[in-house]
Design a protein around this ligand. Structure first.
Ligand SMILES: Nc1ncnc2c1ncn2[C@@H]1O[C@H](COP(=O)(O)OP(=O)(O)OP(=O)(O)O)[C@@H](O)[C@H]1O
Ligand SMILES: [Mg+2]
Length: 228
């Protein structure tokens, strides 16, 4: 069953060559896709369009039955809260909220009752091996721990889709391995994952499919048998 469908998607910024140029692709539920390609090839642009953070110049983006390219700002925010979890290279945690409060935030914004959301946050933090840091502030945590908090936050509202843009890009090797293992486990449990990375070992270990972008176009799209 298709979760993401891009049809003839282009995104041009003023004065430049198109960041994405006539890209069509679909991603099935349960796939783990790695987007590869040189700097400036359109990887983050693609992710942002799928997340409803940006709109295509032309073409259509459909996720989970929603025409994301047609959403206004408020509807896009609602779509993101309900359907998308995002993980970024530099964590994007709120430094003056505790770990638990960071994780709970998407549920709070979605109007989930506090008791229920705090229970889920605690469960997620335990599952990701950082339950003991629930009351700490993100600044006290290591990079790998912070990224696990970001993953917990991304999973809070049980999104159909987990997007990650260079999730190990700012981590040392050991922390990167932790985050990699986490993504592999989430995918094994059925989570659809689309991740952008320069790290070939992350792509190889996490993804069942790799899409290579060059100059805003799909240069290769390869499905691989998982090596486990
Ligand atoms: N807001 C923007 N305004 C103007 N140009 C932009 C904007 N965002 C991206 N671009 C341009 O679009 C192209 C693709 O950018 P994008 O960020 O998608 O690349 P990327 O593949 O993610 O690169 P990297 O690996 O360096 O993160 C680049 O040429 C970039 O300069
Ligand atoms: Mg990028």
């Amino acid at each position: 069953m298709t979760l993401i469908e891009l049809r003839a998607v282009s995104r041009a910024y003023d004065g430049g060559p198109p960041a994405l140029n006539d890209v069509s692709l679909s991603v099935a539920r349960g796939e783990a896709v790695a987007i590869l390609g040189p700097s400036g090839s359109g990887k983050s642009t693609l992710l942002n369009l799928v997340a409803g953070l940006d709109r295509p110049t032309s073409g259509t983006v459909t996720v989970d039955g929603v025409r994301v390219d047609k959403l206004g700002e408020a509807a896009a925010a609602k779509y993101r809260r309900a359907s998308v979890g995002m993980v970024f290279q530099f964590f994007n945690l709120i430094d003056d909220l505790t770990v638990a409060d960071n994780v709970v935030l998407p549920a709070q914004l979605a109007g989930v009752p506090a008791r229920q959301s705090h229970k889920r946050a605690a469960d997620l933090l335990d599952m990701l091996g950082i339950g003991r840091h629930a009351k700490a502030y993100p600044g006290r945590l290591s990079g790998g721990e912070r990224q696990r908090v970001a993953v917990a936050r991304a999973l809070m509202n049980r999104p159909a889709l987990l997007l990650a843009d260079e999730p190990t890009g700012a981590l040392d090797t050991a922390s990167g391995e932790d985050v990699k293992r986490l993504l592999v486990d989430l995918h094994a449990d059925g989570q659809t994952v689309v991740l952008v990375t320069h790290d070939l070992s992350l792509a190889r270990d996490c993804a069942t499919r790799t899409i290579r972008l060059v100059d805003g176009r799909v240069a290769a799209d390869t499905t691989v048998e998982p090596v486990r």
